[in-house]
Design a protein around this ligand. Sequence first.
Ligand code: AMP
Length: 549
Amino acid sequence: MNGLMMQKQLLISSLIVHADRHHGDTEIVSRRVEGDIHRYTFRDCHRRARQMANALTRLGVNPADRIGTLAWNGYRHLELYYGVSGMGAILHTINPRLHEDQVAYIANHAEDQYIFFDLTFLPLIKAVAGRCKTVKAFIAMTDHAHMPKDAGIDNLLCYEDLIEASSPDYAWPRFDENAASTLCYTSGTTGNPKGALYSHRSSMLHTYAAALPDSLNCSARDVILPVVPMFHVNAWGLPYIACMVGAKLVLPGPALDGKSLYELLEAEQVTVSAGVPTVWQGLLGHLEETGQAFSSMRRTIIGGAACTPVMLRKFQETYSVAVLHVWGMTEMSPIGTVGTMKARHVEMSMEERYAVQSKQGRAVFGVDMRIVGADGVELPWDVATSGDLQVRGPWVVRDYFRSEGNSPLQLDDDGQEWFPTGDVATIDADGFMQITDRSKDVIKSGGEWIGSIDLENIAMAHPAVSQAACIAAKHAKWDERPLLIVVKKPQADLTREELLAFYEGKIAKWWTPDDVVFVDAIPLGATGKIQKNRLREQFGDHLMTRVAN
Ligand code: AMP
């Protein structure tokens, strides 16, 4: 017997309809590529998203067509989030920090019909335009007055011209909630990028779960500034969450340096922000230099890479900003775990609570996880055992876009499907997961595993260290040993011996890195993560040559 509830499909368009009807005058504030601040409301956004849907229909866009974007966090990008997915087409957010060959590969693999771009990315569009086989036109996200002259691109259209020529009379179509809504390619460090194809249903369920108090904890009283880009897993779902809960949204555009972010956070009285640790380092550096503090920020969501205990303490103790440590991946829409306390943790000492918060967190309802050994057998939830982390749930991929039958899923003994994350982790008795490494970054010394994240966290706690990465370096006797690559703080004095002595008493002696290499900069990938593969290429033989010499 079926229940007698309405059969309403979960569609992304319903979010902007809700935001218009129930929070119509709530603001969306954007820093534009042109440098000025743009301000309008959810009602305006909804109107222009409908105009864009009409424009796309006129351009011949059909349901399931892929529409690419190369754009910062801004109101026009938000209109595309709703206009494109809402009409039944698929929004394909491309990471503009990728190499142009990868951008061309992705646009061709996705068979994008149109590509929208912020003017910042005009040089990139010029470089790839001739190679994008399926793209009918490139649309500059600007007004007529700012259109590039003599761009040398045949099929160039203007965003505001399209909007102006289109009526806001548009009824969002109703269709199956399993239809694809959004496409996002992983920034894989090896092989070609792979496409995670989200559905309306998966995005909506993810939005509900991500907004919960023990998840990202967002409400109509919040002002949300996603620093995490809208091209990186839908800015972790925050553009959808803002509509669902009716929160004011502040979009920082291209200005992601500490000073610009701080000014915007203060001017708009932002209460919650989200981004990868490298961005927060810039912001904290600016605050330290200027002696400024936050007047409205209450929470910061940190994920994408491990939040170091030092950063955690600085936010909470110095700036009274609570840290939400989250873990997830492109393949998970992205949220998997959040490090929010259970009731019994509240009674603990601050030190014990910091230890809990430093972990990547416990599963959000909807996501199940487990760790397995090399034989695929599930491992116990204690702090001592680490294994390969697997997940499953309604917003986890079951296949990649056009993967030609190479599903990544693995089956357990009961025939249940699990997605192998590629992360190595422990899970404690309370269900808090802690990443010890990416499986390809694990250091295997004499057959024993050493977790690089622990070693990096200790280095980052040294007052003279600005950035640290620990890699597996080849070793004649032990196969691999940890090698620490460090960027010192400006004007800081630090020797190899001092830094290695700093490890004493903090870890088992044999985990201590064999050597320290001081560098001016550590390479970061397209989503702000340390590129350990490049460090391994550069320094992988360091210990061999040191011994040989
Ligand atoms: P992406 O698909 O680019 O979002 O990358 C996902 C990967 O980033 C995960 O598989 C982890 O290796 C890493 N990651 C994400 N969040 C965290 C975190 N809080 N701590 C450590 N690693 C993280």
